[in-house]
Write a protein that binds this ligand. Sequence first.
Ligand code: HEC
Length: 313
Amino acid sequence: MKLLLPTPLIALLFLGCGDATQPPPKPIKKQTGEQIFVMYCAMCHGILGDGKGTVTLDRPARSFIDGGFSFGNTVNAILKTTRSGIPGTPMPPFEDILDEEQTTKVATYVRSLAPTLKDVVIEETELVVNNRPLVVRGMIPPIQGGLQLHPRGLVIGNPDGFSYEYRVDDVRLLAIRQGRFVERADWGARGGSPLSMLGKIIVLIDNGNPSSIFATSDMKPLQTKLVATNTLGDYATITYDIVDNGGNTLATVQEQCVPTTGARALIEQQLTITASTPLTMTILKGTSMDDSAEIPIGTSVRTIIHAARGSEE
Ligand code: HEC
């Protein structure tokens, strides 16, 4: 995740002072929340907080005046997000840049941009996917009896009503659902309780506990590391690196899931793999692949096909 940090920090450096060789300005203690916002947030979130900043991002920054708070709209929730950033998105962490008092001031200001909102209580925390994909990070509860909880998880909800549950400590698609999206039961509990999935499971990959699908050409299993998610298109994409035990990146994968229409409901997990060394993919039980499991050096496209439950009845 460290990889993502420099860009906004460079942007801060450039925007913060005319001469990029100078260290970033030490914020003056007496700044108001609004002044801190203008200095550190407006470039992405817009001077009015409308999400129309001057920096080009892979996704829109939140519009605060529309009440766009998928991580909670209390000052405390905004404060937490500001402090730790949103991994896998351009939202940078400010814990090393703003102190406690400044973070509180700016979070209070951000909250005040949507003055008509009342604080969301737990019963009102269902996230609804509208016309663009949503990505939520949090704890993934055991999908069914006997399966484990994943403290680091991510759920993608696409406007077509399909959602995708991933573990991201080692990026693996666990399950595909259809229907309603996610309830953030973890808001009030400071991330201490899991998300609650509202959709119906239509695909459970390798019984919900898939092994790694990437290996070296001599079949040594490899790990994956989340790089980013992107929600600008019709289908969210997730980008991750394939790494060896020494942490060296052997390939980068960009992945999106698209349902097909036809006699049988199939979900295509489409992978664009850019490899610097030859790799082998494992085809998990219940899935098939459109092409060879051998991945050569260069960019290859592979589609893993999942049959949706109940589609054969
Ligand atoms: C480099 C661009 C950038 C900067 C600078 C930035 N943000 Fe963000 N911020 C984003 C993006 C992009 C998102 C949406 C991420 C996503 O898709 O989940 C976001 C999301 C957020 C959210 C989450 C809202 C929710 O959904 O709950 C909060 C709160 C937030 N930003 C506050 C701030 C504050 C406060 C500052 C300044 C101290 C700031 N941001 C600076 C890009 C930025």
